[in-house]
Design a protein around this ligand. Structure first.
Ligand code: WA2
Length: 282
């Protein structure tokens, strides 16, 4: 092929990929900012008022009406920090037990057992039961988010850092689709920039989280650009550079030219990238 045409093709691929990566990053950032604002809403109107001005009904209504502000999220939820010492009182007041998170395959086995025994979380030092949810994720109400491996790691990192943190991609509850969870800690008072991780842990009252169904959301984004006939797009979590995790797109065997655009989802502990290829080409 003419060297000029090859260079032109390469430039086109670069531009298309960078544009898509930037759109994904921007939409993620918009969602992240609104999830952060929700954490402040909870701090101000739930923990900052006595009695609280937020209950499940108002939380569900507010999050549904502002869902368009969080274009990449499947749902948001709020979990409380509950120590083992506080558990009994908490469960009595709420009228329900803190439940253990179960994966899809476990819950199909579960029917053989008495659900009321299995559902309840075994004793732990502390719990993170969900008390408020957007209706789209109502299935996680009363579930201890610390009993899920990825959710737990996120909670621990969010509260010690004060930053929004992301899980690696994992199968979300119920939908069973690959997604990521974003978590912000909610503190009982403002913390100085010099606060230590332990200061932050001690001041933690709960965790505001959002789930992202990456595959369907990238799909929606790409559809808006109507370029699916031209390029193949993959999104990866490349935090472990030797073991990238596919977040979106088909398995790739093609050795053809690829352009890699980085995507910054705002968590310095994680890396993501978008790979683009022409559908038919050299
Ligand atoms: N939200 C929705 N689906 C999930 C999920 C989750 N976590 N985990 C697994 N499937 C309340 O970080 C606190 C939300 C967790 C927040």
């Amino acid at each position: 092929m003419n060297a000029n045409i090859v260079a032109r093709r390469k430039e086109t691929l670069t531009n298309m990929c960078d544009e898509r990566a930037r759109m994904l990053q921007d939409q993620f950032n918009v969602s992240l900012n609104h999830v952060r604002a929700l954490a402040i809403l909870i701090s101000t109107f739930h923990h900052g008022k006595n009695p609280s001005a937020i209950n499940q009904k108002t939380f569900a209504e507010y999050t549904a009406r502002t869902a368009f502000e969080r274009p990449l999220t499947g749902g948001v939820a709020y979990a409380l920090k509950v120590t083992h010492f506080e558990r009994e009182q908490f469960e009595k007041e709420r009228g329900w037990r803190i439940k253990k998170m179960e994966t899809e395959d476990q819950s199909s086995v579960k029917d053989d057992y008495a659900p009321e025994n299995l559902d309840s979380s075994p004793p732990q030092e502390e719990y993170a039961p969900v008390i408020f949810t957007q209706d789209t994720v109502s299935h996680i109400v009363s579930v201890d988010m610390m009993s899920g491996k990825e959710d737990r790691k996120n909670i621990l990192r969010a509260r010690a850092s004060g930053k929004g943190v992301l899980t690696s991609p994992f199968k979300l509850l119920k939908s069973n689709k690959l997604g990521v969870v974003l978590t912000f800690a909610v503190y009982k008072h403002d913390l100085l920039p010099i606060a230590t991780p332990q200061d932050r842990i001690d001041a933690t009252v709960g965790y505001l989280g959002a789930s992202f169904d990456i595959a369907s959301l990238v799909e929606k984004l790409l559809q808006q650009l109507a370029s699916k006939q031209i390029i193949i797009v993959n999104v990866y979590d490349t935090t472990n550079f030797s073991f990238p995790i596919t977040m979106y797109g088909p398995d790739v065997f093609d050795r053809g030219e690829v352009h890699i655009s980085t995507v910054d989802f705002g968590d310095p502990m994680r890396s993501h990238s978008m790979h683009c290829r022409f559908k038919h080409g050299p």
